[in-house]
Ligand binder design. Sequence first.
Ligand SMILES: Nc1ncnc2c1ncn2[C@@H]1O[C@H](COP(=O)(O)OP(=O)(O)OP(=O)(O)O)[C@@H](O)[C@H]1O
Length: 235
Amino acid sequence: MSNHNVIKLSKLKFSYPQAPERTILSIGSWEVQRGEHVFLYGPSGSGKSTLLNILTGMVEPNSGSIAILDTDLATLKNKQKDKFRAQHIGFVFQQLNLIPYLSVRDNILLADYFTAKPAVKEQVEVHLLHLIESLQLPHSILSQPASQLSVGQQQRVAIARAMINKPELLIADEPTSALDQNSRDAFIELLFKLADESQATLVFVSHDKTLASHFGNVLDIESINQVQGQAQDVC
Ligand SMILES: Nc1ncnc2c1ncn2[C@@H]1O[C@H](COP(=O)(O)OP(=O)(O)OP(=O)(O)O)[C@@H](O)[C@H]1O
């Protein structure tokens, strides 16, 4: 396979409809190649979450283009965007967002259920077991309700859920902010391991610059966003 861009932004401008006069993001160009581990950092209010929402098609820019895996998001209707997101992008958030009363298995498979074209059941099962083993979790955990897991186990289940659809792009938004240093490093290493296994590209967002040393590609959002002065005023 050639070295396709997984993310390609160009001439992007964005302001929220409630405050149209205030430009939040103005990015000339930004590209991420397949398999990269990108650490995107910046202070509170610098537009990290806004940029992630634009990358995933949840929010539309005022102008400019965004291609994810060579698909121009502007060409997709809302339903197609939902499907595209479910099939190609995995998410791990700060609040792990597991549903407490559902079993670990159902929490993980929920992501597969939302893709318009669910994979063949047997293949999903094989992949599920593979993920659980790679994350050093016992098979028996699959039938436990998420509410019974330790925080460390919940994190690993959140990674499995993000990876069950074999996404090409994995987005992690401040997933380690509640952890101590050791658990943080272990979590990042597991995330890398799983991402690399499926050659997924990882975009990891945080305001904690001490994590940067783990990553091959470290990007200060303020170095690509031409309106940083304005965004910083808020914090
Ligand atoms: N729904 C909204 N309407 C109007 N302004 C918003 C909205 N959401 C965010 N903003 C503003 O956009 C700017 C960027 O916010 P954003 O949440 O993207 O920053 P961030 O870097 O992710 O911050 P944090 O690290 O605190 O999560 C901030 O100044 C914020 O006040």
